[in-house]
Design a binder for this molecule. Structure first.
Ligand SMILES: [Zn+2]
Ligand SMILES: [Zn+2]
Length: 366
């Protein structure tokens, strides 16, 4: 990057400072930059157009009236929804299941990473301005043709079909050149960053393994070396002993992790050691969707129709990680401590959450 400072005298005698920057990367549609202060990775995306920013900063959007206002009747919300059957031309389709379709995968119209970004190694100036091309893929899985059909309301067959599709896309994206990591996640509700109400899940293929999953792989490897056991399996025993279990079935278990960052945070993990979603067997997939449905349903009974995110933490290329699904209810906004320090304040202990969760499930059974 070249930085030049041009100073010139204006006619009124004031000094005019013009900071002009020229970046080698200026033509790159997406980059992943490393912050020299904190080591954070940041995706700088030039693909998310000005139109996108302005569309989400309007009063209308802020007041939830475009995408999510339940006070609008269903008909008006469907009229505005780009994921409705009949509007297939609005998005570039990747694949669909069923005729008429039951699940449809499309390319994300506002991607963060780009297949057109350059493929590069980390580079930078004296370890200061390190960056790598934001090469990758962003797909959206439309969970159902029905605008109001949520995961917790679907039957097991629909849900396994949905999970199979996610796993197919993950497998397919891992096969592409320069893809090092594939993330499956979901944003539900405006506080979770969703811009479309229609139920959908996302699959994102990254050019590097970074962020939390990279850290988890590292800690798993370190723990295994020291104790010859799996970090997650040892931790799970304690989570259960200390009353942080939520629910379980024959192959999966859900707990409220010891250091949950969010009120009502949960983690779902297989009872046997598996590092990659693609390694699950048919029966395990059924158990996984059933436990996910059970957690989402009980969360809704406890907290109402709140926004949430979830993210699968699984990885194809290292067997040490014990795969899991993390669910983050987004009841409170992130505030100064979280953003300024990256330290989370959680006002509901995981022990209290687990206790309330189990009581709620017990009383729904009756
Ligand atoms: Zn819709
Ligand atoms: Zn394990």
């Amino acid at each position: 990057m070249f930085l030049s400072l041009n100073m010139s005298r204006l006619s009124n005698g004031k000094l005019d400072l013009v900071l002009s920057t020229k970046t080698e990367e200026s033509e790159n549609p997406s980059e992943i930059r490393k912050d020299y202060r904190s080591g954070y990775l940041v995706v700088i995306s030039r693909l998310r157009s000005k139109q996108y920013i302005s569309s989400i900063t309007t009063e209308e959007y802020k007041n939830n009236s475009t995408a999510f206002d339940k006070s609008l009747d269903l008909e008006s919300r469907l009229a505005k929804c780009a994921f409705e059957p009949g509007k297939e031309d609005l998005n570039k389709e990747v694949v669909r299941v069923g005729s008429p379709w039951e699940i449809r995968v499309i390319e994300n119209k506002f991607p963060s990473l780009s297949k057109n970004a350059n493929v590069s190694r980390w580079r930078g100036e004296n370890g200061l301005f390190e960056l790598i091309g934001g090469h990758g893929y962003n797909e959206v899985v439309i969970d159902s043709p029905n605008h109001e059909e949520l995961l917790e309301g679907m039957n097991t067959n629909q849900l396994t079909q949905w999970l199979d599709m996610l796993i197919d896309r993950e497998e397919e994206l891992y096969k592409r050149d320069n893809v090092k990591y594939v993330q499956i996640y979901r944003n539900y509700g405006i506080k979770a960053g969703a811009s479309i109400e229609h139920p959908h899940t996302q699959v994102m293929a990254w050019p590097i393994l970074a962020g939390t999953v990279a850290k988890e792989v590292k800690s798993s490897k370190r723990y295994l070396k020291k104790h010859s056991t799996c970090l997650y399996e040892d931790a799970l025993k304690k989570e259960v002993e200390n009353g942080r279990i939520l629910t379980e079935n024959s192959t999966f278990i859900a707990v409220a992790p010891f250091a949950s960052r969010f009120a009502g945070e949960s983690m779902i993990l297989p009872k046997r050691h598996l590092s990659y979603l693609g390694g699950t067997e048919k029966g395990e997939r059924k158990d996984l969707v059933e436990i996910l449905k059970s957690v989402l349903k009980t969360n809704k009974e406890l907290f109402g129709d709140i926004s949430y995110n979830f993210s699968f933490h699984d990885y194809k290329y290292n067997p040490d990680l014990h795969m899991h699904l993390e669910i983050y209810p987004r009841i409170l906004n992130l505030a100064g401590v979280e953003l300024g320090q990256n330290i989370f304040v959680n006002t509901m202990s995981p022990e209290d959450y687990a206790k309330e969760f189990r009581a709620k499930q017990e009383c729904s059974k009756r």
